[in-house]
Design a protein around this ligand. Structure first.
Ligand SMILES: [Zn+2]
Length: 219
């Protein structure tokens, strides 16, 4: 899976609006794969291409290798439609308790072993994305979600959830991001989050909240 492939910060309304058919999913993967518009043939490294035969694929002008946006990702050789694959990935990555392959097979009308196999691929991809912590300029902030108004910490949170978010700033705006639900904005909770998702060399920018202070030495 491309390390930039994330559903972080996307709620189900936005998700359903953006990914309504296979075409929009292919288009999204293509936009991540060839983000800056450049192309390099997997086979011969040539940089010129023309439109391939598969949806949103690119075909090398020299050796004619046709690369699909799904090639080399967890969506490669999927046994069901890309739209369903996106929905399963969204469910698994956003549901706090996750979903069993049995639940998935009921909801998406697929065979359980098929769901089990795809779920395993997603989990592998989620694991590997942790191996690419954020670098460069990283902004960390925490806020409540789930309520009509977003509040800063310190007040009663009701049934809202507190989330810490780390965003990587890149030239074009915001790069990769990681988010995690936390109980309190304490340094004990921030520490594992920082350690997992942010490179030590990164330039971390936070507000003045005391929870961040003990992390100053390390990050
Ligand atoms: Zn080629």
């Amino acid at each position: 899976m491309d390390k930039k492939f994330k559903f972080v910060g996307v709620n189900s309304i936005k998700f359903n609006r953006q990914f309504k058919d296979d075409t929009s999913c292919y288009e999204y993967l293509a936009s991540l794969k060839w983000m800056d518009g450049t192309f390099e043939c997997k086979r011969c490294k040539y940089s010129k291409f023309y439109k391939g035969k598969k949806p949103f694929s690119r075909r090398c002008l020299k050796c004619k290798y046709d690369e699909s946006p799904t090639a080399g990702t967890m969506f490669d050789k999927c046994k069901f439609s890309l739209l369903i694959a996106f929905h399963i990935a969204f469910k698994i990555s956003t549901k706090k308790k996750g979903m069993s392959s049995l639940e998935l097979s009921h909801e998406f009308e697929l065979r359980q072993p098929t769901c089990w196999e795809f779920k395993w691929k997603i989990q592998q991809a989620m694991q590997s994305s942790k191996l690419h912590p954020l670098e460069g300029e990283v902004h960390v902030d925490e806020f409540f979600i789930g309520g009509p108004e977003e509040q800063k910490r310190g007040r009663s949170k009701g049934n809202k959830r507190l989330v810490v978010v780390a965003l990587e700033k890149v030239k074009e705006g915001v790069g990769r991001a990681y988010a995690q639900i936390i109980e309190q904005a304490s340094s004990e909770e921030f520490k594992p989050f920082f350690k997992t998702y942010i490179q030590k060399e990164a330039n971390v920018i936070t507000d003045e909240w005391v929870g961040y202070l003990p992390l100053k030495k390390e990050f």
